[in-house]
Design a protein around this ligand. Structure first.
Ligand SMILES: [Zn+2]
Length: 78
């Protein structure tokens, strides 16, 4: 006979997302959240962020457009 004991687990879900540049916060159900850009990488040797540094940033589409507006390339959706 196998006996079981009760364990509790916690499940988390996103409630909101805040832009690290402008500070604006959007509720999880807002369509703006789908257009966020989440940067996450580890700096390599000679990285300006530091060798082995974990870099993370959440940027709203408006701030990203402001930052790369002059430089981005765009292809039409097919
Ligand atoms: Zn922003």
């Amino acid at each position: 006979m196998i006996k079981y004991k009760k364990i509790t687990t916690t499940t988390e879900e996103i409630s909101s997302v805040k832009c690290d540049k402008c500070g604006k916060e959007y509720d999880a159900g807002d369509f703006e959240v789908q257009e966020f850009h989440h940067i996450s990488f580890c700096g390599g040797y000679a990285s300006v962020f530091g060798d082995g540094t974990q870099v993370e940033c959440d940027i709203c589409q408006h701030c990203l457009y402001e930052m790369v507006g002059e430089f981005y390339r765009c292809k039409e959706a097919t």
